[in-house]
Design a protein around this ligand. Structure first.
Ligand SMILES: C[S@@+](CC[C@H](N)C(=O)[O-])C[C@H]1O[C@@H](n2cnc3c(N)ncnc32)[C@H](O)[C@@H]1O
Length: 401
């Protein structure tokens, strides 16, 4: 049995993707943005429910228990609660209002943790949370989690230290009942530079890879930008350095391509967030909504390392996560994601035989777009299978049977 996760403020599902890859089972997710929920459902086979989590703070409003009920769960169904409450109020990229009610959503997170009686939790936020109200907010969160029986630890991690081609500092707040929460150690070695990450974005058939049609005057201005220079000042739309990890990808800003005179496509931002190249984002009619989903996400690779660290802490304290369960859950990853469908095999073979997308589509009697989707899904599954083996290596569990 894999440890079960409830994802609050799930967005497009970056946090959940990392936990899924590390062998957890995501059993429910909540957010209030329809497009983000749609994206989540495209990639996670779990109940993702629309709900305004701020209502938990209303006098006489719904409770944490009501919320679990809404997702069809009881405390027995949830081992771990994860979530990235919105960070606008704490973020350095917004004009911070210390009393913005959005800041209170970190408390609804703990309310659901309590209602779920979870073994552990992992909350992600911007480092500004640590400075909010002179550190009082973080101290109060620690005190609250402590009073609920959790051993807690928080640390600022840089995603670039965890296989993400981007400098992105985020505070990760862990709580574990009965065990010691331990953060993942930076992996060491050279971080992944922008040009290496962007080399995965080949071909206009990848989803969300449309380029912005800039006005000629804007293109001229962009052409003048050297690496590190910004189109608008204030760290917005900066020409990226191809040899280094990207600057932070945010919800409302797309940086400038290192070699071309245009802003990054949504796909390029997603790859710099370490999403697989075929992870598509719902909301075709609304580019801002897709940019927001990408920029808001916990990079899946960082999430995966957070999940491994939490798994190890849990392992020591609960029989819900015995060695065998990690084996089983990793098999579950290999099962649905590892096996190729007949169409995926067909598209891959035809494409490998040198046919154009149109020819592949004609051979298969489907559109060229659908043919390319089969092909890219096959590639993604191959990637996931490689990662499943990596789970065993990292957890020293030996060979898969
Ligand atoms: C930082 S993002 C979380 C990203 C997500 N963890 C991921 O990895 O993709 C915050 C999310 O909170 C959602 N949100 C903001 N206010 C909310 C509320 N009152 N109720 C429910 N969801 C809310 C937003 O729609 C957004 O998707």
């Amino acid at each position: 049995m894999a440890p079960k996760v409830l994802d609050l403020f799930c967005g497009a599902g970056g946090f959940s993707l990392g936990f899924h890859r590390a062998g957890f089972e995501v059993v429910g997710a909540i957010d209030y943005e329809p497009a983000a929920l749609e994206t989540f459902r495209l990639h996670h086979d779990t109940l993702a429910v629309p709900a305004d989590l701020s209502r938990l703070l209303d006098d006489g409003g719904p409770t944490g228990e009501d919320l679990l009920d809404l997702v069809g769960l009881t405390p027995a169904d949830v081992d771990v609660v994860i979530g990235g409450p919105p960070c606008q109020g704490y973020s350095q990229s917004s004009d911070r209002d210390p009393d913005d009610p959005i800041n209170d959503l970190v408390w609804t997170f703990l309310e659901v943790v309590e209602a779920a009686d979870a073994h552990a939790f992992a909350m992600e936020n911007v480092p500004g949370l640590l400075e909010h109200k002179g550190g009082e907010t973080m101290a109060a969160l620690v005190e609250c989690a402590d009073s609920l029986g959790y051993n807690v630890a928080y640390e600022v991690l840089n995603a670039a230290d965890f296989e993400v081609p981007q400098n992105r500092h985020r505070v990760i707040f862990f709580g574990v009942r009965g065990g010691e929460p331990t953060h993942p150690e930076p992996l060491g070695g050279e971080p992944i530079p922008v040009q290496e990450a962007l080399s995965q974005v080949t071909g206009e058939l990848l989803p969300d890879n449309e380029w912005t049609d800039h006005r000629p005057t804007t293109v001229e201005k962009i052409a003048q930008l050297n690496v590190g220079e910004s189109l608008h000042g204030k760290h917005r739309q900066v020409r990226l350095d191809p040899t280094k990890p990207a600057r932070t990808i945010t919800a409302s800003n797309r940086h400038i391509h290192p070699f071309e005179d245009r802003e990054l496509s949504i796909r390029e931002c997603a790859v710099l967030q370490s999403f697989p190249p075929t992870y598509d984002f719902a909301g075709w009619e609304n580019r801002d909504a897709r940019t927001r989903q990408v920029g808001n996400a916990v990079p899946p690779k960082l999430a995966e390392h957070i999940a491994y660290a939490l798994l190890k802490s849990l392992w020591e304290v609960t029989d819900r996560v015995p060695t065998d369960s990690v084996r089983t859950s990793s098999k579950q990853i290999a099962g649905p994601t590892g096996r190729l469908t007949e169409r995926e095999v067909e598209a891959t073979l035809l494409r490998a035989g040198g046919l154009t997308w149109e020819q592949v589509g004609d051979e298969m009697g489907i559109t060229y777009k659908t043919a390319s989707t089969h092909y890219y899904r096959a590639r993604e599954k191959a990637e996931m299978a490689r990662e499943t083996f990596a789970v065993f290596e990292r957890l020293n569990l030996g060979e898969r049977d």
